[in-house]
Design a protein around this ligand. Structure first.
Ligand SMILES: NC(=O)c1ccc[n+]([C@@H]2O[C@H](COP(=O)([O-])OP(=O)(O)OC[C@H]3O[C@@H](n4cnc5c(N)ncnc54)[C@H](OP(=O)(O)O)[C@@H]3O)[C@@H](O)[C@H]2O)c1
Length: 468
């Protein structure tokens, strides 16, 4: 970006004209006209979409639209390429990666909201940025409008990270909140999320935890210098969660269930996972409902803790706000654009991180240790709890508590129908066992044995219990 351009016009090439791309256009064509900036002016030079005629701003700006991505990327006047593409097709990500790399090669900086492409091809993309001496910004990839990436890399530059965790997928949080509040079924809550525009027609990447995993990969890179590919981090979605789990969590455990992305230092490694988690009612995250995102950063101020009686607790900071939606995401994108326009110092060495890359390794799924919630639905007969307890004992896992509610016939009927069970309501016995801290590997082995017992009617539903 030349100095004279930075002082006057910053010209953008936009790849994508979906929800996010159109919100960026809304800002530049309308909102920013009213709110005049003195330091520089933002302009869109070209917009790539496959279907210009269908787009909101086509009638007023027809010459800006193109169906050829190279007309955006190679455009001599474009200073910054904004990549706001997204596809459910895995193979398409490589195409989007190539657009970003080509933009660097053409001398452009890139701002992206595309967490999937960065999570999968981050290493190549950063290497290309370095090779070409170009800048990459990705605030919009995590937390939508919540400014977490810049806060981590700049405001917390001197903090020693202990953990980064929180609610990073608004769809999952909306569905779980509705199941908690209204006792809705998973299917009913998801349908409502779709009706309200919080979930895609194909919500699989949200409900399976894939979207949260991509965001956690970026958060873990920035916080702990980890370079992890999708598929490595232990991941569980929300599809198995049943309304009955909220009854047990609430009435027996004074907890609720939240879908969390977690990366936490554990000695020389980092335990990182995406999963539903049993969260106590008195934790801030338990009250974060609907499509909101909330991310905690826990740091340790070296040298101060003992003097201030903090022990090893460290300090926690929380960032909350709209985790998705065109406008908040466009705010994050254009915030990155403005940062580049003001000529902030470059980050050419790779993704900015609080810890040197290579300092930590990521724990394997089997190594991750936690206390667990395990919910069973069994054929009601004598000796089952004893049998399950014995299997856990043989696997070296201690039972903490057994939770059993008395269920009405109607509740059991709904439970049986939801799992399409042939048994009569009075033959069903749901209950929960909470387990003391154990590695996932050991838990899975025990559950494999228990899962083969003839009294098991439904695969046990299990996930970690929160610990600070
Ligand atoms: N929506 C949010 O709240 C939000 C928040 C944070 C980050 N993001 C990320 O921002 C990106 C855009 O999200 P969005 O909500 O705007 O998605 P969207 O409404 O589905 O728009 C997707 C864009 O990608 C283009 N696209 C899809 N498949 C393509 C293909 N095969 N070839 C070329 N172009 C293709 C679409 O092209 P056409 O214009 O031709 O249809 C459209 O412009 C995604 O990576 C998403 O994960 C979204």
């Amino acid at each position: 970006m030349s100095k004279s351009k930075a002082q006057h016009k910053i010209r953008l090439g936009l790849l994508g004209s979906g929800t996010v791309g159109e919100a960026v256009q809304q800002f530049i064509f309308e909102d920013l006209k009213r709110k005049m900036r003195r330091d520089f002016k933002l302009e869109i030079v070209k917009i790539y979409t496959r279907d210009p005629a269908e787009k909101k701003w086509f009638s007023t700006h027809p010459t800006l639209f193109t169906t050829k991505p190279e007309e955006v990327i190679d455009h001599p006047e474009v200073d910054i390429v904004v990549e706001a593409l997204g596809s459910q097709q895995e193979k398409q990500l490589a195409v989007f990666r190539d657009y970003i790399i080509r933009a660097f090669e053409k001398g452009k900086a890139v701002v992206t909201s595309d967490k999937a492409v960065l999570a999968k091809f981050g290493k190549e993309i950063w290497a290309a940025a370095r090779r070409c001496g170009q800048e990459l910004r990705f605030e919009a990839c995590v937390g939508g409008g919540v400014p977490i990436i810049r806060s981590l890399t700049e405001s917390f530059a001197v903090e020693e990270p202990e953990a980064i965790y929180g609610i990073v997928n608004g769809t999952c949080n909306y569905v779980l909140s509705e199941m908690k509040k209204g006792g809705k079924s998973y299917e009913g809550a998801l349908r409502e999320a779709q009706d309200r525009g919080y979930a895609e027609t194909n919500p699989k990447s949200d409900t399976s935890g894939e979207d949260a995993e991509a965001k956690l990969i970026l958060l873990a890179a920035v916080t702990f210098g980890l370079h992890v590919k999708p598929g490595v981090i232990w991941r569980k979605g929300i599809e198995e969660i049943h309304a009955i789990d909220f009854l047990y969590a609430d009435r027996k455990g004074s907890h609720t269930i939240k879908h969390l992305a977690v990366a936490r230092k554990d000695g020389g490694s980092v335990e990182a996972f995406v999963s539903p988690v049993l969260v106590p009612h008195d934790h801030f995250l338990s009250a974060v409902d609907g499509p909101t995102n909330a991310i905690f950063f826990k740091g340790k101020r070296s040298g101060e803790n003992h003097r201030e009686g903090q022990g090893s607790q460290g300090w926690s900071y929380v960032f909350a706000g709209p985790g998705a939606g065109g406008r908040p995401t466009a705010v994050a994108i254009l915030g990155d654009v403005c940062e580049l326009a003001r000529g902030r110092p470059g980050r050419l060495a790779g993704p900015p991180s609080l810890v040197a890359p290579g300092t930590f390794s990521v724990q394997s799924e089997d190594q991750i240790c936690a206390c667990f919630y395990v919910r069973f639905v069994v054929k009601d007969q004598a000796g089952i709890v004893g049998d399950i307890g014995q299997t856990f004992g043989e696997a070296g896992i201690n039972i903490s508590e057994i939770w059993q509610l008395s269920h009405s016939r109607d509740e059991l009927q709904v439970l049986g129908q939801s799992y399409r069970l042939a048994e009569k309501p009075r033959e069903l016995l749901p209950f929960v066992i909470t387990l003391e801290r154990a590695p996932i590997g050991q838990l899975k082995k025990a559950l494999e044995i228990i899962g083969q017992k003839d009294y098991i009617l439904v695969d046990p539903v299990w996930f970690p219990i929160w610990r600070d």
